[in-house]
Design a protein around this ligand. Structure first.
Ligand code: FE2
Ligand code: FE2
Length: 325
């Protein structure tokens, strides 16, 4: 599809960039990124990561064996984290609704929305199959948590802004990647690690797609895009924040080193911001400059907070080690 040459907001005036115009202006970039994505995304089979031979019937119609915590050697941290990751993936119908409403279902945008949804779909399928065949978690509890979480649905914090939506998913896909990857490291099961590495690879390609889109947005509408990045970064929360017992699980996940402030700052926010050279972008108008400044102040504060968290964590681990001696 050919569109009119993109004009820079400096000559156009940033207020001219409505969501509808941005979606049109970015369609060519979406087309290019979609092509690149389809070339690099390798087909993989979720069922190959599921140890079907280890599966056993559960009580009920098949009169199988009731679940017991000792059925699996997956670590307590791995179990908590796998459940949070799975329930987050489970809310895919709501995420699809949100991005299809924002980006549309036509043209390259629509092709991306559907392809992305299909790729995300296998994450929940694979993790659930793995958890049920290995009996890593209580299946009744898991099902009740899924029902409760999906019944709440998910509403994007950024549905009012196309640029904020793009900025959010760029960071969120990387956050999800890191969360899956670290869960694999701490799960105590080589197969879970392999499966989660595969899923994390998908999430990484999603991040690259959205990050490149955000790069283009920063070029065509720098002030508005800078504002969007600042707003998203300063008010970021994980997509699974509505999961029953999320706060408690998130605290365990933070203490266990799967996902915490340090990881959020160093492995999620900074890589995207550095890649896009967000703090070095020049030629901004007053609104863009203000947003860039706010972002800098926020990142410094977050870094300091993360250092405090690290210190408390180190002290806690030292106390635990001393008690063991
Ligand atoms: Fe996913
Ligand atoms: Fe993803």
């Amino acid at each position: 599809m050919t569109i009119a040459p993109v004009q820079r907001s400096t000559s156009l005036g940033s207020s001219a960039w409505t969501d509808a115009r941005l979606i049109l202006a970015l369609e060519e970039v979406v087309e290019k990124e979609l092509d690149r994505h389809l070339k690099v995304a390798k087909e993989w089979m979720p069922h190959e990561f599921v140890p079907w031979s280890r599966g056993r019937d559960f009580p009920g119609v098949l009169d199988g064996e009731a679940w017991e915590p000792g059925d699996s050697k997956v670590t307590p941290l791995g179990r908590v984290s796998l459940v949070v990751n799975l329930l987050t993936e489970d809310n895919l119908p709501s995420y699809h609704h949100e991005i299809a409403t924002m980006f549309g279902r036509e043209g390259a945008w629509g092709t991306w929305v559907h392809r992305w949804t299909a790729e995300e779909g296998r994450h929940g399928i694979a993790i659930r199959d793995y958890l049920l065949t290995t009996r890593a978690v209580d299946p009744d509890e898991l099902e009740r948590a899924r029902m409760s979480h999906m019944s709440e649905g998910f509403a994007s914090d950024n549905a009012h802004s196309m640029l904020q939506s793009v900025a959010y998913v760029a960071f969120q896909e990387l956050a999800t990647r890191i969360s899956h990857r670290n869960t694999g490291h701490y799960a105590g099961c080589p197969l879970a690690d392999q499966l989660l590495a595969k899923i994390a690879n998908d999430e990484n390609l999603h991040m690259v797609f959205y990050r490149n889109l955000l790069k283009a947005a920063l070029e065509i509408a720098p002030d508005q895009a800078m504002r969007a990045v600042a707003d998203v970064v300063t008010d970021f929360r994980m997509p699974g924040h509505g999961i029953p017992g999320f706060e408690r699980a998130a605290a365990q996940i933070a203490l266990g080193g799967v996902y915490n402030l340090r990881i959020h700052h160093d492995d999620v926010l900074q890589p995207v911001l550095r890649h896009l050279k967000v703090m070095e972008i020049g030629g901004l108008g007053p609104e863009g400059l203000r947003a860039q400044e706010e972002l800098g102040v926020f990142l410094d504060g977050l870094d300091a907070q993360a250092t405090k968290f690290d210190e408390r964590q180190a002290a806690r681990l030292a106390r635990v080690a001393a008690r063991k001696q």
